[in-house]
Design a protein around this ligand. Structure first.
Ligand SMILES: NC(=O)c1ccc[n+]([C@@H]2O[C@H](COP(=O)([O-])OP(=O)(O)OC[C@H]3O[C@@H](n4cnc5c(N)ncnc54)[C@H](OP(=O)(O)O)[C@@H]3O)[C@@H](O)[C@H]2O)c1
Length: 353
């Protein structure tokens, strides 16, 4: 395992994060305590130090078990949790981004995890109304109180994040360390606005559901059962486009003689910008297969093929700014002879960046 710094911070995190949404059986697709412990031990034995949980995962079981597993060596680990998704649908402040939700959720997470501080605290999803000012102030207070070391956001529009991050820098509040985004071969729309923002602001990128909930393992194509058929998640990934990407990924994997899951993880790990996949495993055997991605790299031809079959529509304005005609309008005859820093360069332009 190698270690990357999270965004511009000095925090060193493993190149694969372990997601613990599957610690506990409450949601119908997780593991019991003994298997969760085996998954945890396998990850730590491989050198992993970066663990992701949330206040509402498996009704609190994920945090409780993780707290038990890390006892005795907690300082070696980077523990990340989240708030914003409700833990009690009848209580208006049991969810959302407000200060009250944050303070109560954070204290409850610390209690369940049996620790005095979180290394990273994520806003789990934007609630659509709380202002950046309120969230920043409350997060910064948690940092000053020593309960949180670094902060970040997940599932938040780019405009909100960039406004909040800039306000934090201007006001001397804790700026965000990174982002947790839905990112995989079948979900690359994050490359429209969020990835360029992360690069410009120096935010670390972590990717949730890097296997599209298991779809990219090829198990469903092989007729095997798994989470997606049992929880109704299939709707999220049901489209001819997604099916074509999965077929294309399986073809690359077969040609290389590698498990499709490793191909999918290495596609993310080999993006032109650093991405830390947050892997999820229901069993130790699944985890071992995923960890196998660390031992090899995709060759340039396979990368190009995967890039091609999964390329997202960039939409406006990136699509327009990247078009040869628009580049001519902006830069004239020197359009193809400009070096770094000469204007907007977006992925997909075919010009490198
Ligand atoms: N911020 C957010 O909104 C958000 C959202 C979702 C997740 N997350 C985080 O991201 C982590 C990972 O998400 P995810 O679980 O959706 O990731 P994923 O990698 O897309 O899916 C993991 C699932 O794929 C299947 N799988 C994994 N390895 C396999 C293998 N070798 N062979 C066959 N099947 C395999 C297992 O499901 P089955 O065996 O059950 O089929 C496993 O639970 C979570 O634990 C959580 O920490 C964050």
């Amino acid at each position: 395992m190698r270690y990357l710094t999270l965004g511009r911070t000095g925090l060193r995190v493993a190149e694969l994060c372990l997601g613990t949404m599957t610690f506990g059986e409450e949601t119908g697709f997780g593991a019991d305590r003994a298997e969760s412990l085996r998954v945890y031990e396998g990850y730590v034995a491989a050198g992993g130090n970066f663990l992701d949980t949330a206040n509402m995962y498996t009704g609190g079981t994920s945090e409780r078990w993780l707290g038990e597993f890390v006892r005795g060596h907690r300082e070696r680990l980077v523990l990340a949790s989240k708030y914003s998704l409700t833990t009690d649908g009848t209580d208006p402040n049991a969810g959302g981004n407000g200060r009250k939700a944050l303070v109560q959720s954070l204290d409850a997470s610390l209690r369940r995890l049996g620790t005095d501080y979180l290394d990273v605290y994520w806003v789990h999803a934007w609630d659509g109304h709380t202002t950046p000012d309120e969230v920043l102030r409350a997060l910064d207070d948690a940092v000053r109180a020593g309960k949180v070391l670094y902060t970040g956001v997940s599932n938040v529009p780019a405009w909100w994040t960039s406004r909040a991050h800039t306000l934090a820098e201007l006001r001397g509040l804790t700026p965000f360390a990174g982002l947790q985004v839905h990112y995989s071969l079948v979900e690359r729309t994050v490359e429209r606005e969020i990835v360029p923002m992360a690069r410009a602001l120096g935010l670390g990128l972590t990717a949730w559901s890097p296997l599209a909930g298991g779809l990219l393992t090829g198990k469903y194509t092989r007729g095997e059962a798994g989470r997606i058929t049992t929880t109704g998640w299939s709707g999220m990934y049901k489209s001819p486009r997604v099916e074509a990407i999965v077929r294309g990924t399986l073809a690359v994997a077969e040609r290389l003689g590698r498990p499709p899951a490793q191909v999918a993880l290495n596609f993310l790990r080999q993006r032109p910008w650093p991405v830390i996949p947050i892997v999820g495993a229901r069993s130790r055997a699944q985890l071992e297969e995923l960890l196998g991605c660390l031992a090899w790299e995709l060759d340039p031809e396979s990368l190009a093929e995967l890039e091609h079959i999964s390329a997202p529509e960039l939409g406006y304005p990136s699509g327009m700014l990247n078009s040869p005609g628009m580049r001519q309008f902006i830069h004239g005859e020197v359009a193809d002879r400009l070096g770094k820093g000469a204007g907007p360069r977006f992925r997909g332009a075919g010009k490198g960046d």
